[in-house]
Write a protein that binds this ligand. Structure first.
Ligand SMILES: [Zn+2]
Length: 111
């Protein structure tokens, strides 16, 4: 297993297609759900962050684990990309510049 859908957490072995984004993935089933949400969306609903909706505590608590898992996957993917850059001969200076941080910060975070 190399990746999980960032939306439903299913591993790549349990979905037909997993589309990669920058450190995140989405499966074919979640794309279908997104399409139906977009098609059924009322035209005048203001866009606000999900945590700004009026939600019960249980629903807020149930969101913590999947958000944390997605965050962990993104951090793991970033570390893998940095490892790939190193394997290709990239210097810590180049990696730091690409990440918008100092060479020292990049080394301390990923070495
Ligand atoms: Zn999914």
């Amino acid at each position: 297993m190399f990746a999980r859908c960032s939306f439903c957490s299913k591993p790549n072995t349990e979905v037909d297609t997993l589309v990669a984004g920058p450190g995140v993935f989405i499966c074919d089933g979640c794309v279908q759900l997104c399409v139906s949400v977009i098609e059924g969306k009322p035209a005048d609903v203001p866009l606000i962050a999900p945590w700004e909706h009026d939600l019960p505590l249980e629903q807020v608590l149930s969101n913590l684990r999947p958000v944390s898992a997605a965050s962990t996957q993104v951090q793991d993917n970033l570390a893998a990309w940095v490892g790939k850059a190193r394997a290709l001969g990239g210097t810590w200076s180049q990696i730091g510049e690409a990440l918008g941080m100092t060479r020292q910060s990049a080394w301390e975070r990923f070495a």
